[in-house]
Design a protein around this ligand. Structure first.
Ligand SMILES: Nc1nc2c(ncn2[C@@H]2O[C@H](COP(=O)(O)OP(=O)(O)OP(=O)(O)O)[C@@H](O)[C@H]2O)c(=O)[nH]1
Ligand SMILES: [Mg+2]
Length: 335
């Protein structure tokens, strides 16, 4: 595997693909691969693309990839738990698009589907991003369906988060999920060829303004005013743009790419880049600790004992706090 890692670091696409397969198939692969790659990571611009199902994320990712590629950037694309797999779905749906991207060594596309492993999909995604980063991909586009945890995961993983809306999903302020303000660095109203696009844009802009009165932007993301750190200053703010695109006709893509790159420049010229790296690192350490602790718990306490414990808690024979204290004592004694 070490030779594979070395070849991936030199940017060889086939080695990258094989490494990722190992990460997918083995829970221990990441703990072998990441230590050897990590020092070579941290250069790639990680761009999260999230939004409602069918809003046009894959089509937009495809367009973004082409535009970034035209600027000679190497582009990685990761589709997390895609409802329409990249090989058969909309991204490479029609032949013209497929020819655009396939066969280009500067583009790497991979779908990740959810698995039952301890760390789960967000951990696998984090590892795949690192492999691509170390292999010299400049921009890494990560598509996730905008739903609850996946959305939060992508915002803590990506440097720049794009939230994609489409018109006609209820164009009033109330129907737009408040959560998107907390994660979006760029808001995109795609399918601007459909009726009601300008109303959706207006609703989003109103929402942004409303948010401004109760929340303060922190490197482009809204936070509760109480959580703002002392180094926050007026110039340390990114005004979230609201853009219109028609992904199927490549309309508005140039402006979108400009904003994506402007956000990167913004992060680089403030302490935003490092801050985002810290957010990601903290989350990653916490997830790894959790996974390792659970694995250890499951090794030390047998399945039967665990079941008995849960039953005892349900029957009010023991309370959950005492149970956890006992488990900790047991683990400490076992060393
Ligand atoms: N009219 C119009 N249709 C579009 C536009 N962008 C995408 N579509 C179409 O909308 C459908 C869904 O597009 P996708 O790119 O698969 O959307 P998605 O958000 O990736 O979908 P999921 O991954 O399934 O959530 C496809 O049929 C696209 O061709 C657009 O700007 N205008
Ligand atoms: Mg998609």
């Amino acid at each position: 595997m070490d030779e594979l890692i070395e070849r991936a670091r030199m940017g060889q696409t086939r080695a990258v693909a094989r490494l990722i397969t190992q990460v997918e198939n083995s829970e221990t692969a990441a703990s072998h691969i990441v230590p050897q790659l990590y020092a070579a990571t941290g250069k790639a611009h990680i761009i999260g693309v999230t939004g409602a199902p069918g809003s046009g994320k894959s089509t937009l990712v495809n367009e973004l990839a082409k535009a970034l590629r035209q600027q000679d950037r190497r582009v990685g694309i990761i589709a997390v738990d895609p409802s329409s797999p990249f090989t058969g779905g909309a991204l490479l749906g029609d032949r013209v698009r497929m020819r655009d991207l396939a066969g280009d060594k500067g583009i790497f596309i991979r779908s990740l589907a959810s698995r039952g492993s301890l760390g789960g999909l967000s951990q696998a995604t984090a590892v795949v991003i690192k492999v691509l980063d170390a292999a010299g991909f400049d921009s890494i586009l990560v598509e996730t369906v905008g739903a609850g945890q996946a959305e939060v995961d992508i915002a803590s993983t990506a440097h720049t988060t794009l939230v994609i809306e489409a018109p006609g999903m209820g164009d009033d302020v109330q129907s737009i999920k408040a959560g998107i303000l907390e994660i979006a660095n760029i808001l995109v109203v795609n399918k601007a060829d459909r009726p009601g696009a300008s109303r959706t844009v207006r609703a989003l802009k109103t929402m942004l303004q409303l948010g401004e009165t109760t929340m303060v932007r922190h490197h482009g993301r809204f936070m509760q005013t109480t959580a703002v750190t002392e180094n926050e200053s007026p110039q340390n703010q990114w005004p979230v743009p609201v853009l219109e695109t028609v992904a199927t006709e490549s309309t508005g893509i140039a402006e979108l790419v400009d904003q994506v790159l402007a956000h990167k420049t913004y992060l680089r010229s403030t302490n935003g880049w490092l801050e985002q790296e810290k957010v990601r690192s903290r989350r990653e350490v916490e997830q790894l600790l959790q996974a390792r602790f659970m694995a250890r718990f499951q090794t030390i306490v047998s399945q039967d004992d665990r079941n008995q414990l849960i039953t005892a808690i349900a029957n009010r024979e023991i309370d959950p706090y005492t149970a956890v204290a006992d488990i900790f004592a047991h683990i400490n004694n076992t060393g």
